[in-house]
Design a protein around this ligand. Structure first.
Ligand SMILES: [Zn+2]
Length: 183
């Protein structure tokens, strides 16, 4: 297996990595890649998926949309700028963001991740509002350990049914060890 140096992977300049939708209603699948700036593989993989879709133009029900996670950290090729963007989705904070969105206001940004979180939040909100069916969310990461790919889920029956579509192991309980993750 060829090992790829992640620092050599091209990084998106855009928050939105792609959007592909069909005329007919159907599920919305939202993906985020690169919530950690030192994990650029997912945003590249997602852009490749959209390039293939644009090339083949298959008939499609619903919508597939993907966003870059921590754009500033991806550009710096560092995990984060000031704090981990995958630890700040706490309910007190997201309530503030919801309120700001409702008031059509932009909240104060204390650091780079506040700004990243707000941009991502507004994009996710827009995708959820456009949905004409069930919404599914995938947050794609690169594992620091060697091994096969795996899926972590919040353990509900609905999430289990979705996760079992993927031909990879499903790890339960990991989400309980991490506070403030986007998932
Ligand atoms: Zn990560």
């Amino acid at each position: 297996m060829t090992r790829i140096d992640p620092s050599q992977l091209p990084v998106s300049q855009e928050r939105r990595l792609g959007r592909y939708s069909g005329e007919s209603p159907g599920p919305t699948v939202i993906c985020v890649g690169g919530l950690h700036g030192d994990e650029p593989a997912a945003q590249l993989a997602l852009r490749r998926v959209f390039a293939k879709l644009e090339e083949a133009r298959p008939a499609f029900n619903g919508e597939l949309v993907a966003f870059a996670g921590n754009l500033q950290a991806l550009r710096r090729r560092s995990r984060y700028v000031s704090c981990d963007l995958n630890r700040i989705w706490l309910s007190a904070r997201t309530s503030d963001l919801e309120r700001a969105l409702f008031d059509d206001a932009v909240p104060e940004f204390a650091d780079a991740e506040d700004e990243e979180q707000w941009e991502l939040f507004t994009q996710l909100d827009g995708a959820i509002r456009r949905a004409r069916g069930e919404v599914y969310f995938l947050d794609l990461h690169t594992s620091s350990a060697h091994g096969e790919p795996f899926v972590c889920i919040g353990d509900t029956l609905r999430n289990r049914a979705f996760a079992l579509n993927f031909p990879v192991p499903v790890i339960l309980g990991l989400e309980e060890c991490i506070d403030g993750s986007l998932l």
